[in-house]
Design a protein. Sequence first.
Length: 70
Amino acid sequence: MKKLELKFLNEDGKVVTVSLDAPVEPADPVAVGAAMDEIITQDAFSSSGRALVSKKQARIVERNVTDIEM
């Protein structure tokens, strides 16, 4: 399953990650950046009571799991 991870810095300088399932690909860097700016502007999320203050990174992550039969 793929996820879009949006990484922000909060007021304490700690990294806060917001993950979204099933991202549209290929990702549009301008649209992702604008969405992250809007999240910060709207104060939509906080971490441990601290506001998000800046963008750090955005990435698409894919996790593959293979069960081992015993």
